[in-house]
Design a protein around this ligand. Sequence first.
Ligand code: NOJ
Length: 756
Amino acid sequence: MILDRRTVLTGAFAGVLALPAPLRALAADDVTRVDDLIARMTLEEKAGQMTCLADSFRPYNPPNPAAGIQDEKRLTDEIRKGRVGCLFNGIGVVGARRAQEIAVKNSRLGIPLLLAGDVIHGLKTIFPVPLAEAASFDPALAEKTARAMAIEATAAGLHLTFAPMVDVARDQRWGRVVEGSGEDVTLTGLFAAARVRGFQGRDLRRDDSLLACPKHFAAYGAVAAGLEYGSVDISDETLRETHLPPFGSAFAAGALTTMAAFSEINGVPATADRELLTDLLRGEMKFRGFVFSDYTADEELIAHGYAEDERDAARLAVLAGVDMSMQSGLYVRHLPDLVKSGAVPMATIDVAVRRILYVKTAIGLFDNPWRSLDENAEKTRIATAAHRALSRESATRSIVLLQNDGILPLDPAANRTIALIGPFGEDRDNVYGPWAFYADPGKGVDIATGLRAALPDAARLIVVKGCDVARPIDGGIARAVERAKNADVVLLAIGEAQDMSGEAQSRTTIEIPAAQQALADAVAATGKPVIVLLRHGRALALHDGVANAQAILATWFLGSEAGHAIADILFGNVDPSAKLPVSFPWESGQEPFFYDRKSTGRPVIDNRTEYRARYATTDNSARYPFGHGLSYTQFELTDLKLSDAALRWDRAIEVTARLTNKGKRKGSEVVQLYIRDRVASRTRPIRELKRIQRVTLASGDSMLVRFSLSRTDLQFVGTGSRIIAEPGLFDLWLGQSSVDGLHTQFTLYAQEATKG
Ligand code: NOJ
């Protein structure tokens, strides 16, 4: 890669001259203060501002390998010398004050530290994992839970969360599917923006505003074969069409930081990719905040085979556009000398420092370095009853009813004997899900506790484990079968442990572990009605005793209130209304699998399968498709109408249909609008989600749902990466999942030549 000084300067300066909305509010004084500081900073202090280190004042144990400074004494010394600008992954006001005091009172320039952490789905009150919450198909709910997380995180002495993860995840073998919003670009974008709004609130200077850091830029979810930290080989068109838009939504919602992905794209590690982090991110996408590296990712450029040594790695990362180096310490060790030797222009450093200081200014840190460090807030704002209630609401709204032969909801008063079988019945270690390391262990509600609280006679609940998550227990299956035989109904609590998804948890198969599958098959063979309660951080391929159950609920990792929420749904206190944000394939081997795939030249049509695009052993369809989710009531869509079958270039058409609750209970449905561009200069997916609308209706009620569509909804990234819409015929479906719905067509007409 050839870099000339002029490109570095112009590219980098563009990044600070046009400030994003929250930064535009900086007063002239603030800008002067930053200018003044930069003028007074030594090179080492500048590199220090660009350095983020794990917080040894209040250490927690996130899923990161031990690296870098591990003790408070050494870190104190580094802060005093101005060699650190940001600490991460510690909580607690007392420790944070200790660190901040050193920065503000004992370092030469007194620049306050930025305090960051991974608050992914809660601090002490744990909400459903992000993937589960995406199943609500309700971004407004995610905005509320993000707000609650921000209130807790800022009360515990944090200014920034490394969230939301906005990577579109199309291969369920990848463990980090659990941290995002699933396989669809539109849904991920809606949740990305909602979560940023929720974390940051309306005013960044408030002490309960938590900066967001949408991550990982970019296309981390496209790692080949779902292999964590793996490589991405992708066309520019797909990168722009599928993986960048959620970042665009997060930035438009006001996010001021982002994190470069660990992975490489087309042979260049993201951390060293100037085209990605500068030309595209800042030039085209107009991102004006600052970029974190991921954890030691600059140093990892050496292992990638892209940098010669640490010095070279620091040089490549900073020139690419990484402003803040996380945990490796490479910047503070090497940038001063790199600048002195002329390998890195001083202007590059100044721009990065300016970006970081502007963000610190934007949250009011210079005026009040003690913001979000209030012991009273720490006592009163964390783990409140209101947050707990919101966690329960959010958890009930995340549970997807995959199938039901009518056995659900259960009548709690029916006085049946219920056998709760499986490793998760009374287990409290796998309730929260991955990335909940600040939460108090054991404080989440397990399934048995939730059920007992809901049953008039708790003694009618019999609990038996049957097997461990991944191993049989001696005599376990026999005991479970015995209990099942004596029960009226079986609840089978099976699935993945929480450490089977999340970072570094890629799997080659996405199935129920063998020990549990054997348990499920044996229990199913008793002939007793079985309701499966799946625990999981990804879509699963279900088989036999599990797949053939009378009812299946996808319950993911639901957080603090899991057991109560599951009881709420099982006993019908709440109607299930969630929809799958990821397709459940028939077999693991179908991955990567996503609903918006291409037709191919030989699609399976009318069950004709010879020489068709399918596997010899299974159709390439989903067992439970994206968008699927049942309710205890029945909804019907009728009367699909378009205001006009002709969509003029600069106009819109209105799409309407009637949604009726035909069942006997109140319930909610998510109406989904999909399109397909029939013929295009780059082939288009068989369906693309464009709109969602959640509607709640009492039994017998109906309402007209309305959507408006215009040309911009039909745009795609054409050859040569141009965003275009092409005139011609489009399919439109309004439905309750990605494979059903009422169908119609319309035509986009070309722009009329202007007369004159
Ligand atoms: C590595 C992960 O990839 C990233 O998402 C996380 O924020 C950092 N570690 C910090 O813990």
